[in-house]
Ligand binder design. Structure first.
Ligand SMILES: Cc1cc2nc3c(=O)[nH]c(=O)nc-3n(C[C@H](O)[C@H](O)[C@H](O)COP(=O)(O)OP(=O)(O)OC[C@H]3O[C@@H](n4cnc5c(N)ncnc54)[C@H](O)[C@@H]3O)c2cc1C
Length: 237
């Protein structure tokens, strides 16, 4: 498999870096090919504006999706975006590696999505969900938290981590067609001891070795919705 890891952590000695290093070693030893976009090391620019493009569709009023659609037609994406698109095209599996920041992904990674998952390239013209551009590829979130399984559990104060990750797993990854694998979650990484952290690295290794076989999260399919995108059978909501 070709595996593309997008890594969003500013510190090379962090536990996130340990997870990405372990992923690279494990996957390469198992015969897979790995490419990593280390966003901070690349000084990836997360800001979306006209610099996303080498082309201009409307010089008077900047509308990102209008420019994206045009750039997708004429090959007008800026080089830093085009190279990330090429890595996405190349991969069979995408891994997003990040610490949970404010119940979400760090801004640098959100900016990567905002700029790279462009209209006309990653979605558009009813290419979404089951019919999405990235159908046939797999994706997985690997996330570290300060909080533990209790506070991020169904009855926990912060709410269920799976609900928190829904915007990423469903709104970004499934929306664009990926088969989304259950997330790998390293809980309370700064509070647990070294042995527990090594346990996380070993557990992650097992998840990586089964990347191709793990059952994806079951999301609803497009044919469960009517033409106005409402569930045909509301009793199943
Ligand atoms: C802006 C911001 C918002 C945040 N919002 C949230 C939030 O909403 N919810 C939440 O739960 N948390 C939140 N946090 C906390 C954040 O998620 C955690 O600090 C982060 O997940 C910890 O991961 P890390 O890689 O930074 O760990 P680090 O602090 O880098 O590492 C943790 C420990 O692991 C050790 N370590 C490194 N490599 C290894 C190795 N190979 N083997 C064993 N140990 C190793 C390190 O030495 C360190 O002791 C937030 C933090 C910030 C800065």
């Amino acid at each position: 498999m070709n595996v593309f890891i997008v890594h969003a952590h500013p510190e090379p000695q962090s536990f996130n870096a340990a997870l990405t290093n372990r992923a690279r070693q494990t996957l390469e030893s198992a015969g897979h090919f790995v490419r990593v976009s280390d966003l901070y090391a690349m000084r990836f620019d997360p800001v979306s504006d006209r610099r996303n493009f080498t082309t201009v569709k409307d010089a008077d009023y900047f509308k990102q999706q209008v420019e994206e659609k045009h750039a997708a037609k004429v090959g007008g994406f800026a080089p830093d975006i085009a190279v990330e698109m090429e890595k996405l095209n190349w991969c069979d599996a995408l891994i997003l590696q990040f610490p949970l920041w404010w119940f979400s992904m760090p801004a640098i990674l959100k900016g990567w999505v905002d700029r790279v998952f462009a209209l006309g390239y990653a979605y558009g013209g009813r290419r979404w969900y089951d019919d999405g551009v990235f159908a046939g590829k797999r994706a997985m979130v690997s996330v570290t938290l300060a909080g533990d399984e209790i506070i991020y559990g169904k009855t926990g104060l912060n709410g269920d981590i799976h609900d928190i990750l829904f915007t990423i797993n469903h709104g970004i990854l499934r929306f664009t067609g990926f088969d989304v694998l259950p997330p790998f979650i390293a809980w309370a990484v700064a509070r647990v001891d070294d042995r527990a952290r090594r346990g996380y690295l070993d557990a992650y290794e097992q998840r990586l070795l089964t990347l191709a076989e793990t059952d994806p999260i079951e999301f609803r399919s497009l044919d469960e919705y009517d033409e106005s995108f409402r569930l045909k059978d509301p009793s199943t909501a």
